[in-house]
Design a binder for this molecule. Sequence first.
Ligand SMILES: Nc1ncnc2c1ncn2[C@@H]1O[C@H](COP(=O)(O)OS(=O)(=O)O)[C@@H](OP(=O)(O)O)[C@H]1O
Ligand SMILES: Nc1ncnc2c1ncn2[C@@H]1O[C@H](COP(=O)(O)OP(=O)(O)O)[C@@H](O)[C@H]1O
Length: 207
Amino acid sequence: MVKSDNITWHHSQVSKAERQALNHHKSVVLWFTGLSGSGKSTIANAVEKALFDQQIGSYVLDGDNMRFGLNKNLGFSAEDREENIRRIGEVAKLFVDAGVITLTAFISPYRADRDKVRANLKADEFIEVFVDTPLEVCEQRDVKQLYAKARRGEITGFTGIDAPYEAPIDPEITIDTSKQPLAASVQQVLNYLAEHHYVSLVTANEN
Ligand SMILES: Nc1ncnc2c1ncn2[C@@H]1O[C@H](COP(=O)(O)OS(=O)(=O)O)[C@@H](OP(=O)(O)O)[C@H]1O
Ligand SMILES: Nc1ncnc2c1ncn2[C@@H]1O[C@H](COP(=O)(O)OP(=O)(O)O)[C@@H](O)[C@H]1O
């Protein structure tokens, strides 16, 4: 639904394919989803660094960070989370059009909201990365002490405690950070990108 009348779509003189050719890699969204503390940000940022070291530009859109700016007017009701994910989906789509490998790290607890982002992109432009770390492990880490607050009833509507998390049904990549070290998760994502021809990686022997 578009609210405005009398608006026209303007086409660029440079196509997405031309931008990708300039960058020597395809553009895509790596959509990390999972509980708070599951490892979304840690893995996404480590993948960005690994790509950078391969001279491949990418960019991380992180849940907490976006809530300081673009999404500062949104809270954690189901409606606000839906709007949060809708906006990030649109931003990620612009980044893909700009030729960038885009990593997003949002809980994105609702399957329908994630599926809408996927549907708004081409089939090969959305890679769902399910960070499937068990709740007990996330709660034990409790990086920000938010699970403790939620258990004490000081935060309500906390994902995994008293708000839902709907796991992906058929994610492209699944990672359980309680079962493998960070480096293995980074390699798993890089391997996926290379095997599906999004990027070509230089191996240590070629350096
Ligand atoms: N009620 C509630 N539920 C879940 N998370 C909460 C809540 N309140 C604050 N936080 C902190 O906000 C981070 C999640 O923000 P997101 O934008 O990723 O959430 S969502 O996708 O809109 O559900 C999340 O950060 P991450 O730990 O990085 O996931 C929390 O630190
Ligand atoms: N194998 C692992 N992979 C990723 N993170 C891990 C791992 N083991 C422990 N951690 C820790 O778990 C925490 C995950 O936090 P974070 O990445 O912010 O999660 P999220 O973005 O999903 O909320 C970090 O403190 C990280 O150091």
